[in-house]
Design a protein around this ligand. Structure first.
Ligand code: 5GP
Length: 191
C-alpha cells in the first residue's frame, strides 16, 4: 500500500469516541473516509448494516481470519469479534481518502505498528471512571453485564494511553472535537 494516511481514534467504550468520529467525517476539506469494521456483535437499533459496521456471523468472521482477510482483528469481548478488512483500507486508499478508524485500544496500537510513519494515533480519555460508568448507563444500549465488562476493560486500556501519539481528555465534547480536528489538520499538512 502506498501513500496511505491513517487516523486512528481509540478509547475505552463510552468515552465519546464514536461521536467525535462522526463529527470528523463532516469535515469536507480533508477527504476523510470511515473504515467500516466487521463485527459479530448484534446490531443496535440505531445502526445501519454496511454503514456503521458489517455485521457478520462468528462462522463468517472465522473464515475471514483463515483467509487472512484482516489487517487486524480482536476478540474485543468474549466471543465478540471486531476486525478491519484489508479490502476496506485498499478501497478508501484507492479513492485518495485519509482513513479514519474507530477502534479498540489494542487494535489501534496494532495498526500504528504496521503503519508507523503514515498514521496518527489519538487516544480519547474519559475524565474519570465514574463519568465513564455514567455515560455507559445513560446510553441505554448495554446490559448491566456488558457495562461491567466495558468498565473492567477500560481500566486496563487506560494504561496504554501513553503509547499513543496524542491523548485528548473528553471532558467537554466541543473542546475535545476541536483538539482532535487540530491534530488531524496538522497531520494532513505534514503527510
Ligand atoms: P462497540 O461495540 O461499542 O461498537 O465497539 C466496541 C469496541 O470495539 C470499541 O472500542 C470499538 O472502537 C472497537 N472496534 C470497532 N471496530 C474495530 C475493529 O475493526 N478492530 C478492533 N480491534 N476494534 C474495533
Amino acid at each position: 500500500m502506498k501513500n496511505e494516511k491513517l487516523i486512528i481514534i481509540a478509547a475505552p467504550s463510552g468515552s465519546g469516541k464514536t461521536t467525535i468520529v462522526k463529527e470528523l467525517l463532516l469535515l469536507n476539506d480533508l477527504n476523510l473516509g470511515f473504515s467500516i469494521s466487521s463485527t459479530t456483535r448484534a446490531k443496535r437499533k440505531n445502526e445501519i448494516d454496511g454503514k456503521d459496521y458489517n455485521f457478520i456471523s462468528v462462522a463468517d468472521f472465522k473464515e475471514k481470519i483463515q483467509n487472512d482477510d484482516f489487517i487486524e482483528w480482536e476478540e474485543v469481548y468474549k466471543n465478540v469479534y471486531y476486525g478491519t478488512e484489508k479490502s476496506e483500507i485498499q478501497k478508501l486508499n484507492s479513492e485518495g481518502k485519509s482513513i479514519v478508524f474507530d477502534i479498540d485500544v489494542v487494535g489501534g496500537l496494532n495498526l500504528k505498528k504496521q503503519f508507523p510513519k503514515t498514521s496518527v494515533s489519538i487516544f480519547i480519555r474519559p475524565p474519570s471512571l465514574i463519568e465513564l460508568k455514567k455515560r455507559l448507563m445513560d446510553r441505554k444500549t448495554e446490559s448491566q453485564e456488558s457495562i461491567e465488562f466495558r468498565l473492567d476493560k477500560a481500566i486496563k486500556e487506560l494504561e496504554y494511553s501513553n503509547k499513543y501519539d496524542f491523548v485528548i481528555v473528553n471532558d467537554n465534547l466541543e473542546l475535545a472535537i476541536k483538539e482532535v480536528k487540530n491534530i488531524i489538520y496538522q497531520f494532513s499538512k505534514n503527510h
